[in-house]
Design a protein around this ligand. Structure first.
Ligand SMILES: Nc1ncnc2c1ncn2[C@@H]1O[C@H](COP(=O)(O)OP(=O)(O)OP(=O)(O)O)[C@@H](O)[C@H]1O
Ligand SMILES: [Mg+2]
Length: 263
């Protein structure tokens, strides 16, 4: 079955590099531009759900139920304060998922099946992954058409990146031959830091036009926003971080147009 939604997974096995911040703010920016967007929170930490203001009491059903096959997307989805942006929240139940289905032959394809079950009314589906190559991340990579990689501008960034690209290759050879790299986005960039400048230039040399032109700056407003249950773009539209995420969304859309034109 073919659907018109673009499924992008936000992944990096390294913790704290800006995956969730990118998922929330890219999704919000895409919705602001007029796309219909769904976030699926696949991290037991539930940061994307919290950052979008979803109260824990409202998470009676979650991405866990989706993966277990006991609920469909329309039974788990919740609206957010952002028009055109919905979320399937997560709970700590996800911690049990890996053990509970480790023996099932279809364990990697649970999310893919759930997203294909019915035609979903979203032009973009954004998957927020935990910081590990576990079964949750593998479900995301099996379900997605592309991977968007947030990379923090720091010394070990490239090392982690080659591991990630290696994993994407393995996924291609096994569970998802058409998985593409959507792009690499450099996060928490601090222009006053010489090392950060060096990392940007190394990453661009190594990966060329896979790297988005947009640099996401380190910005205190971006880090404050989740504690108000709001995307940065709602919390402070004018701040440099929000503006960068809007710019990133327009780059993502441009890439999509080019990809569709080439197809
Ligand atoms: N551009 C930014 N400016 C300032 N702080 C940021 C920025 N991006 C992210 N942060 C902060 O850095 C921390 C890690 O970000 P985030 O939670 O998005 O990373 P993550 O990769 O999803 O982490 P995890 O691996 O734990 O899921 C958070 O406290 C977040 O608020
Ligand atoms: Mg996260």
């Amino acid at each position: 079955m073919s659907h018109n939604n673009r499924i992008i997974t936000i992944a990096n096995q390294k913790g704290g590099v800006g995956k969730t911040t990118t998922a929330i703010n890219l999704a919000t920016a895409l919705a602001a531009i007029g796309e219909h967007v769904l976030i699926v929170d696949l991290d037991p930490q539930g940061n994307a759900s919290t950052g979008l203001g979803i109260d824990r009491r409202d998470r009676a059903v979650s991405s866990y139920d989706l993966l277990m096959g006991t609920r469909s997307v329309d039974q788990t989805v919740l609206p957010t304060a952002v028009p055109n942006l919905s979320i399937v929240p997560s709970t700590m139940d996800l911690l049990g998922f890996e053990m509970e289905i480790a023996q099932q032959p279809d364990r990697v394809f649970r999310l893919k099946r759930a997203l294909q079950e019915i035609a979903l009314p979203y032009s973009y589906i954004i998957l927020d992954c935990p910081p590990s190559f576990n079964l949750l991340t593998m479900n995301a990579m099996a379900a997605a058409q592309s991977v968007l990689v947030p990379l923090q501008c720091e010394f070990f960034a490239l090392e982690g990146l080659s591991q990630l690209l290696e994993t994407v290759n393995q996924v291609r050879q096994t569970v998802n031959p058409s998985l593409d790299i959507q792009g690499i986005v450099l996060t928490m960039f601090d222009a006053r830091n010489n090392l950060a400048q060096q990392v940007v230039s190394d990453v661009r040399t190594y990966l060329g036009d896979k790297v988005y032109h947009t640099l996401i700056p380190r910005n205190v407003r971006v880090s404050e926003a989740p504690s108000y249950g709001k995307p940065a773009i709602l919390y402070d539209l004018k701040c440099a971080g929000s503006q960068a995420y809007l710019q990133l969304a327009s780059e993502v859309i441009q890439r999509e147009r080019r990809r569709k034109a080439a197809a």
